[in-house]
Design a protein around this ligand. Structure first.
Ligand SMILES: [Cu+2]
Length: 340
């Protein structure tokens, strides 16, 4: 037995049980986080928890979903026009990031959110990116998956000098025809720290001519990360603070998986298969059905889900220690809600 006082932890559990009975799916039970994440209570192992205590933790976590937290990434990045050039301003800053209710870490962020805002452009667009470094380290941005002129590739000492603290560096390139798809932008300097700390984002290139085989009603960008931001995160958040994915029966869901972490994450959807239509932005000549998409670091997969089965479908990384503990689900978990 650890240094836990059983009376103290019991009292905390009674409080938690009261919250659970009052809760309902979809309700936000923010006090749950403060109580359940009490260091002593959470330090109890499976052997020290009664069956009902363990179940109470699991139930409370699910009923807290989707919990409200401050900050959300992936919204489309704003730009201005300079003639026919789309001009994006990207600021690299240290922020306070709430990855789960009342759980905050130091994040390194593009434009104040993790993931950074999604850059969304079309094949042929001329783009300029003004990148200002307000970090205590040098940095640089690599446009992962994009075919750019060599000196725009964003690798310090290979293609450019590092962007020192306080400096602004300008990237400028035209999006090539044929380079549509799900790409990423991220730091390429001290990257094991800078990327996992939050310097990451989606870079989506829409095709000039719409592709009917990619028709969809709902799009969900799913940026996977592991490391300092909550251990295991989806779009910078840990369950129950991840966003649900919501669609109606009969709709088609496009998921854009992107792995910015250091580990592989096999993403498993309950209830319906995933049709894998593109890898790393390139359309697959023979799309294939599966229920688990193994996304390695640096990879992107686009999948279509035919939302035919109404209900609440668990959607999670299937390395189970990235998704569940003795104290319930956490990390890389969300729910696909298919409404009638
Ligand atoms: Cu995982």
């Amino acid at each position: 037995m650890s240094d836990v006082d059983p009376k103290v932890s019991r009292r905390k559990f009674n409080g938690l049980a009261g919250l659970v009975s009052a809760g309902a799916f979809g309700a936000t039970l923010s006090p749950w986080a403060a109580k359940s994440m009490d260091a002593k209570a959470v330090s109890l192992t499976a052997e020290e928890l009664s069956v009902d205590e363990m179940d109470a933790y699991h139930e409370a976590g699910v009923k807290a979903f989707p919990a409200e937290t401050e900050g959300r990434g992936n919204q489309d990045m704003e730009f201005t026009m300079d003639g026919d050039v789309k001009v994006f301003e990207i600021s690299c800053d240290i922020i306070d990031w709430e990855f789960d209710v009342d759980k905050r870490v130091e994040g390194w962020a593009y434009n104040g959110v993790i993931p950074g805002p999604a850059i969304r452009v079309t094949e042929g667009d001329k783009c300029r990116f003004l990148v200002t470094n307000n970090l205590p380290q040098s940095t640089a941005i690599h446009w992962h998956g994009l075919i750019v002129p060599n000196d725009m590739d964003g690798v310090p000492y290979v293609t450019q000098p590092p962007i020192k603290p306080g400096e602004t560096f300008t990237y400028e390139f035209q999006i090539r025809e044929g380079n549509a798809g799900s790409h990423m932008y991220h730091s390429h300097h001290n990257a094991a720290k800078q990327v996992t700390q939050g310097l990451l984002g989606a870079f989506i290139v829409e095709p000039k001519e719409p592709k009917p085989e990619r028709d969809h009603d709902v799009e969900w960008i799913c940026v996977l990360n592991d490391g300092p931001i909550g251990g295991y995160s989806i779009n910078g958040k840990s369950f129950p603070s991840t966003d649900p994915v919501v669609a109606k029966v009969g709709q088609k869901l496009l998921v854009r998986y992107m792995n910015e972490g250091l580990m592989i994450h096999p993403m498993h959807l309950h209830g319906m298969p995933q049709l894998v239509i593109a890898q790393d932005g390139w359309d697959l000549p023979a799309p294939y059905l599966c229920d688990t998409v193994n996304v390695a670091p640096g990879q992107r997969f686009d999948v279509l889900v035919d939302c035919q089965e109404p209900g609440l479908w668990a959607f999670h990384c299937h390395i189970l220690s990235h998704a569940e503990s003795d104290h319930g689900m956490f990390g890389m978990v969300t729910v696909l809600i298919i409404e009638e």
